[in-house]
Design a protein around this ligand. Structure first.
Ligand code: NAD
Length: 498
C-alpha cells in the first residue's frame, strides 16, 4: 500500500506516529494510499523548523519574495494536468473541474506577486511640528491553515500564498481525505525557490489540529470546513491568543424572479447545484422561484435536466460530475434524501439508486430534486453537501428575501432577474456575505475578498484580497521627530493636536 508523507523543512518526511488514515479512489471505492496522522510531537517539530526558517524569509525584500511566486505560478501551470489528475483521483471531481480548483488557487498566487505594493504602509508628514507618522506591516511569524477536502488545491493556496508573501512561515494541515495535491504543491514551492521550512504540510486529524491550536509559536490560524469544527477552531485558537478566521458550512439560495430568463436560469442552476456532486461551499442547494407560475415553469425545465445528468468516472470527459469523496459522505447524503421524503417534501427526481456500470463500489449517486420543501424541514435547515437541490416556493420577493436572510448560514446567495431595481434592493438588504446577480456561484475574484456571514464565517477578516494581507500582518505605527537641538521642558499632559 502506498504510504504518503508529511513535507517539513523542504523534505518529504515519513510519519512516525504509526497512525494512518485511508485515502480512497472514490471511483472504485478502493483504498489507494494511506496518509500518516501526525502526533503532537511531529507537529511541534514542524513548527520549530518553520520558526527557525521564518526570520530570514521575512528579511528578504518583498520584491524577491514576489519573484518566488512568479516562478511558482509558472511551475503550477507546467504541472496543471498532473495536479488535476491527482486531485480528481482522490476527490472525485471531474478533470476539468479539478483544473478549475487549481486555477482559482493560482489566481491568489498571482495576487501575491503584488506583495511589494500590498505591504506599503501609510505616511503623514508634518502631523505635528516636525513630526511624521507612518505605519508598516510586519509578518506574524509562523501561521497555520487547516483546510477541507472539497478544494484541496484552491483553499490551501488561498491561505498559504498571502501568508508566505507577507513574510510568514506556513504550516498546512490539509484534509486527510485528499492530501496528495498539497504535497505536490509543497515540492513546487521549493522548486520555485521558497526556502525550506517556509511552506510545510503536516497531515493529521484532531491531534495535529489541537497541537497547532495550542502551540504558542503559531500566531494565526485560517480554517475552512464544516461549521461545528469552524466554531471549535475559532474558540480554541482565540483562547490561546491567536488570530483566527474560520469559514464554515453553507446553504446557498438562488432566487428566481418571474421576469428571469428561465432557460438561462436553468442552465446556471444545473451547473451550480450539481457540479462537483454538490460538494462546494458555494453550490446552490436551494432554489426559490417567486410565484407558482415561475415555480411550475422552472420545474418543467429542471426535471428532465436533472434526470439526464451524466454521472461518470471522474476522468471521463463526458461526465457532468463524478463520485462523492467517500462512502461516509455518500451515506450521509442518501440519508438526508430519506429524511426529506419522511419530512413530506416531494422527491421529483431520485438519484439514490444510480450505479456506474463497472464501478459498482464507487461512491456515486445521481442528482436528486425536491419540490415543496418547507423552511421548517431539516433538509432545508442543514447542509447536505451532495447532489441534492431543494425547491422552496415563495409568493413574493419579500418572502424570498427572508429565506436566505433568516437562514443560520450566510455564505452566498444569487438572484436571477431582468429588473435592476429589484436586484439592487435585494443586494442591499439580503443578510449574506456574497451575492450574485444573474451569476450562480459568486466566488469573488482574487483581489476581492471571500467570506460568509453568520454560521458560515467566524472572525472578522475575509480570505484573499486585501483582507488576507491584514490578517497575516500586524501593523506597527511610528510617530517620529528629529529634534533640532532646542530644549523642551518636561510635560506631564498627554500631547494633543490643540
Ligand atoms: P471538516 O470540518 O470535516 O474538515 C475540515 C478540516 O478540519 C480538515 O482538515 C479536518 O481534518 C479537520 N477536522 C475535522 N474534524 C476535526 C476535529 N474534530 N477537530 C479538529 N479538526 C478537525 O470539513 P470537510 O468535510 O473537509 O469540508 C466540507 C465542509 O467545508 C462543508 O461544510 C463546506 O461547506 C465547508 N466549506 C466551506 C467553505 C467556505 O469558504 N465557507 C469552503 C469550502 C468548504
Amino acid at each position: 500500500m502506498k504510504e504518503l508523507t508529511h513535507f517539513v523543512g523542504g523534505r518529504h518526511v515519513r510519519g512516525a506516529s504509526q497512525r494512518f488514515s485511508n485515502v480512497f479512489d472514490p471511483n472504485t471505492g478502493h483504498v489507494q494510499s494511506q496518509v500518516p496522522l501526525a502526533s503532537r510531537i511531529e507537529v511541534e517539530a514542524a513548527i520549530a523548523n518553520a520558526a527557525k526558517a521564518q526570520p530570514s524569509w521575512a528579511a528578504e525584500n518583498p520584491q524577491r519574495r514576489a519573484r518566488v511566486f512568479m516562478k511558482f505560478v509558472e511551475l503550477v501551470n507546467r504541472d496543471l494536468a498532473a495536479l488535476a489528475k491527482l486531485l480528481s483521483m482522490e476527490h472525485g471531481k471531474t478533470l476539468v473541474d479539478a483544473q478549475g480548483d487549481v486555477r482559482r488557487g493560482l489566481e491568489v498566487a498571482e495576487f501575491a506577486i503584488g506583495i511589494p505594493h500590498l505591504l506599503k504602509g501609510e505616511f503623514s508628514t508634518g502631523a505635528g511640528t516636525g513630526i511624521d507618522v507612518y505605519s508598516m506591516r510586519q509578518p506574524l511569524g509562523v501561521v497555520a491553515g487547516i483546510t477541507p477536502f472539497n478544494f484541496p488545491a484552491m483553499i490551501p493556496l488561498w491561505k498559504a500564498c498571502p501568508a508566505i508573501a507577507c513574510g510568514n512561515a506556513f504550516i498546512l494541515k490539509p484534509s486527510e481525505r485528499d492530501p496528495s495535491v498539497p504535497l505536490h504543491l509543497a515540492g513546487l514551492f521549493l522548486e520555485a525557490g521558497l526556502p525550506p521550512g517556509i511552506f510545510n504540510v503536516v497531515n493529521g486529524d484532531k491531534e495535529a489540529v489541537d497541537a497547532i491550536l495550542t502551540d504558542p509559536r503559531i500566531k494565526a490560524v485560517g480554517f475552512v470546513g464544516s461549521t461545528p469544527i469552524a466554531s471549535y477552531i475559532y474558540a480554541t485558537a482565540a483562547a490561546h491568543g491567536k488570530r483566527a478566521q474560520c469559514f464554515g458550512g453553507a446553504k446557498n439560495h438562488m432566487i428566481v424572479m418571474p421576469d428571469a430568463d428561465l432557460d438561462m436560469t436553468a442552465d446556471a442552476l444545473i451547473g451550480a447545484a450539481f457540479g462537483s456532486a454538490g460538494e462546494r461551499c458555494m453550490a446552490i442547494s436551494v432554489v426559490v422561484p417567486v410565484g407558482e407560475t415561475t415555480a411550475d415553469a422552472l420545474l418543467n425545465k429542471l426535471v428532465p435536466r436533472v434526470k439526464s445528468l451524466r454521472v461518470g468516472h471522474s476522468t471521463d470527459p463526458k461526465a457532468d460530475f463524478g463520485p462523492l469523496v467517500n462512502g461516509e459522505s455518500l451515506q450521509r447524503v442518501k440519508s438526508y434524501v430519506e429524511l426529506g421524503v419522511r419530512e413530506g417534501a416531494n422527491l421529483v427526481v431520485d438519484g439514490r439508486n444510480f450505479q456506474l456500470p463497472g464501478y459498482e463500489s464507487g461512491f456515486f449517486m445521481g442528482g436528486c430534486l425536491f419540490d415543496r420543501v418547507r423552511p421548517e424541514m431539516r433538509i432545508y435547515k442543514e447542509e447536505i453537501f451532495g447532489p441534492v437541490l431543494s425547491v422552496v416556493r415563495a409568493d413574493s420577493i419579500e418572502e424570498a428575501l427572508k429565506l436566505p436572510s433568516e437562514h443560520t448560514f450566510g455564505n452566498g446567495v444569487s438572484i436571477f432577474t431582468n429588473d435592476g431595481q429589484v436586484a439592487r434592493e435585494f443586494t442591499a438588504r439580503v443578510d449574506t456575505g456574497m451575492v450574485g446577480i444573474n451569476i450562480p456561484i459568486p466566488v469573488p475574484i482574487a483581489y476581492y475578498t471571500f467570506g460568509g456571514w453568520k454560521q458560515s464565517g467566524f472572525g472578522d477578516l475575509n480570505q484573499h484580497g486585501t483582507d488576507a494581507i491584514r490578517f497575516y500582518t500586524k501593523t506597527k505605527t511610528v510617530t517620529s521627530r528629529w529634534p533640532l537641538g532646542e530644549k523642551e521642558a518636561a510635560s506631564f499632559v498627554i500631547p494633543t493636536m490643540s
